[in-house]
Design a protein around this ligand. Structure first.
Ligand code: HXC
Length: 274
């Protein structure tokens, strides 16, 4: 059993994180917090962004407790000016940036034809527009530095297979995948790599409240996972750090699925591998 939010596999220096700085959006909880703490444990400095200052402060305190350096910057990724200020704050504190994790997301289950325009916009604004604004701001900084870097976006397998009840999120995540592939080609000459990770159902408060709030919904989701369990946030962090790291130095424009076989299982068996 993998312990939540603890990552001992990435020793300082060996994966190229020592002294590097990464912005992590939605870093106050769930997968964003796990990635922030894993980066800090691997020797990176982390600029933790999100809407709730108290949660960001908690992540920073945990990162510092683990011996890392982190900075909380309250940010709404939907606001391009706030995103530019986030990048400026990270550079002011740590001198430079080396990458970004687009993790901030919003989601809820609703039939696609019943969504209000604001409901559609709320999710597309956070997931697609927010990821673009952050990618643009960090990529400009990397270009100005002339250092190269690595940008990772957290998406979902329904970016390519769709999912009833989450048309806003599926469309937005598909947009993030297309953005990643497009900019991977545009920015490769600058040494900037862009990749995605597609987690399956993961034990986080945000996803639990948005997508499997009842015990019945939770068991329904669990029944679709051939591995028979939800992912721990640290398992998504492990895959994320690999994609961000020097060990993935020739890997760009890709998406790594980390879902316990969920989406393949649906294709092959209709439901699970059992
Ligand atoms: C129908 C809803 C709704 C719901 C909100 N809306 N929740 N409509 N059913 N359950 C509508 C509102 O009525 C409103 O439209 C519009 O959406 C905006 O709502 P607000 O609450 O004003 O927006 P905001 O405060 O910006 O909140 C954004 C949010 C919220 C997306 C709605 O849930 C959020 O911020 N969540 C962040 C955390 C989160 O969701 N994390 C889960 C990510 S999990 P009207 O028309 O009334 O004005 C994830 C994993 C996917 O993405 C992969 C799994 C495998």
């Amino acid at each position: 059993m993998v312990e939540k939010n603890v990552n001992t596999a990435w020793t300082e220096g060996s994966w190229g994180f020592a002294g590097r700085t990464y912005v992590v959006t939605g870093g106050g909880s769930g997968i964003g917090r796990a990635v922030s703490l894993a980066l800090a444990a691997a020797g990176a400095r982390v600029v933790v962004a999100g809407r709730t200052p108290e949660k960001l402060d908690e992540t920073v305190a945990l990162a510092e407790k683990a011996g890392g350096q982190a900075l909380a910057v309250p940010t709404d990724v939907r606001d391009p000016d706030a995103v530019d200020a986030l990048v400026a704050a990270g550079v002011e504190r740590f001198g430079r940036l080396d990458g970004l994790v687009n993790n901030a997301a919003g989601n809820f289950v609703a039939p696609g034809v019943d969504l209000s325009p604001n409901g559609w916009r709320a999710v597309v604004d956070i997931v697609l527009n927010g990821s673009y604004f952050c990618t643009r701001a960090v990529a400009r900084q990397l270009r100005a530095q002339g250092t190269g870097g690595s940008i990772l976006s957290v998406i979902a397998t329904y970016a390519w297979h769709g999912h009833p009840g989450t048309v806003h999120s599926a469309a937005a995540k598909a947009g993030v995948l297309a953005m990643t592939r497009t900019l991977a080609v545009e920015l490769a000459p600058l040494g900037v790599r862009l990749n995605c990770v597609a987690p399956g159902p993961t034990e986080t408060e945000g996803a639990g409240a948005a997508l499997w709030a009842t015990e019945e919904a939770r068991s329904g989701v669990l029944a679709t996972v051939p591995a028979g369990r939800f992912a721990e946030p640290s398992e998504i962090a492990d895959a994320s750090l690999f994609l961000l790291s020097e060990r993935a130095s020739y890997l760009t424009g890709e998406c790594l699925t980390v879902d316990g076989g969920q989406w393949l299982g649906k294709q092959v068996y209709g439901r699970t591998g059992a």
